[in-house]
Write a protein that binds this ligand. Structure first.
Ligand code: ZN
Length: 435
């Protein structure tokens, strides 16, 4: 179970793509899960990118000429643009105004802004605080007490051992400060998934859990794990699991992988309002895992979708906006998906090259005498055509629209004729490549 306390402790930390906020986050995870913490030095080339300098926030604030503090990251880490370079200035409100980011439509909320790759600085604040700043005794004292210098990028990783050496990957980003649904809920959910996997019976697959800064973190991990990528049979990117929206599954780039089919079935069965989204190139770290060179079978599970709910990337993404029960429901769904991808038997054809001659085996005659011969015959053809080691009985039922009993009957007869076998997804299937 996700504890409220976990979200309360994780949420306020001043996370960014590097720095002590990420380390403090991983320390909390490590209290209950033996993750390995990996440091990748600034300047390290990773795929087409380079690990940036490390950013740390001590405090950023704006005070008036009387020393009264008007904006302060000690209240919320959102108050400073993430990766702001250090400054200490005295200036008028008019001079400062271009550096102040607000949400005029949501005047009580603080927006979340970052500038990882362009050196700048700025403050984020509730729009309705601007008047107080404008009226405050001038000059304003503006202090961004940050460090931005060579250090490292930090990520967390845990490999839950499996009986075989194939892998499933579950990833969440750990770079958003002071917000609960995106991304404290993903971190708490992934930690809970790890605890449950470690406590439960070993799966056939290893399950690799990644707590990585968004984009640059998954790119760094991929760059350093090219050998692992080839062993990944499927995965999920998690975040935003505690808001009021229904479970929402976004398919992998390929869209019809085993985990896509299983995840779509699991979420729609668990949540009648569940939403199924096709691949699109915008989003979270599924963009990296599914890029053509890796092309992993990695989908994404969220509730609300980034950018589509008003609280997204603002201070209103808080504890009141996020329900632990809904995060728990999502954790249950992830478990069911992982177990099914790991354990549900798949159909493997013994005669995959061309259609086997059913008449010679007495299967045509047997079929012809049956009441529902058309459906039974069609079921056999569906089973044979999907028996590629990637599809199971559920897939045939879904794709064919036939009743489960008819599909199961077809599998039984084809099995008896030694044409099709149901086996664990990782078992050597004996199917040769090419006719
Ligand atoms: Zn986000």
């Amino acid at each position: 179970m996700i504890r409220r306390d976990d979200l309360e402790r994780l949420a306020p930390l001043a996370r960014s793509i590097t720095g002590d906020g990420v380390r403090a986050t991983l320390d909390i995870v490590r209290e209950s899960l033996p993750i390995e913490v990996v440091e990748v030095p600034s300047g390290t080339p990773v795929l087409d990118w380079t690990i940036p300098d490390e950013w740390n926030l001590r405090r950023a604030w704006i005070a008036d000429a009387d020393g009264r503090v008007l904006v302060d990251t000690d209240e919320s880490a959102l108050h400073v643009v993430s990766y702001s370079e250090p400054v200490r200035l005295q200036m008028s409100f008019e001079e400062l105004r271009p550096r102040l980011h607000t949400l005029p439509d949501r005047p009580a909320w603080i927006p979340y802004r970052t500038s990882y790759w362009n050196r700048t600085w700025g403050f984020c604040l509730a729009h309705d605080r601007l008047d107080a700043l404008a009226a405050a005794p001038s000059p304003l004292e503006v202090v961004v007490d940050t460090t931005l210098q060579p250090g490292s990028l930090t990520y967390g990783e845990l490999v839950v051992p499996g009986r075989g050496d194939r892998e499933l990957l579950v990833s969440t980003h750990v770079c958003h400060p002071s917000m609960v649904n995106d991304n404290a809920s993903g971190i708490a959910a992934l930690a809970e998934i790890g605890r449950r996997l470690l406590d439960g019976p070993a799966l056939q697959h290893r399950v690799r859990l990644l707590f990585v800064p968004g984009t640059i973190g998954s790119i760094a991990w991929l760059a350093q794990h090219l050998d692992v990528v080839a062993r990944v049979d499927g995965g999920l990117v998690l975040t935003g699991l505690g808001d009021g929206a229904p479970l929402t599954y976004k398919s992998s780039r390929r869209g019809d992988t085993r985990i896509d089919r299983i995840a779509r079935r699991v979420v729609t069965r668990r949540d009648p309002l569940a939403r199924l989204l096709p691949w699109d190139p915008y989003g979270y770290d599924e963009r990296q895992f599914c890029s053509p060179g890796f092309d992993l079978a990695v989908g994404r599970l969220t509730r609300g979708v980034h950018g589509t709910y008003p609280e997204y990337h603002t201070s209103a993404d808080d504890l009141a906006f996020t329900s632990t029960e809904r995060v728990d429901e999502a954790v249950e769904a992830v478990h069911e998906i992982l177990r099914a991808v790991d354990g549900d038997d798949v159909l493997v054809s013994r005669q995959p090259h061309g259609e086997p001659q059913l008449g010679r085996r007495g299967l045509y005659r047997a079929l012809a005498g049956m009441v529902d011969s058309k459906s039974t015959e069609v079921a056999s053809l569906w089973v044979l055509s999907l028996a590629d080691g990637q599809h199971g009985i559920d897939d045939v039922v879904e794709r064919s629209g036939l009743a489960r009993e008819i599909v199961e009957g077809a599998v039984e007869r084809l099995d008896a004729a030694e044409l099709v076998e149901l086996m664990a997804p990782d078992a050597p299937n004996g199917v040769s490549v090419g006719p």
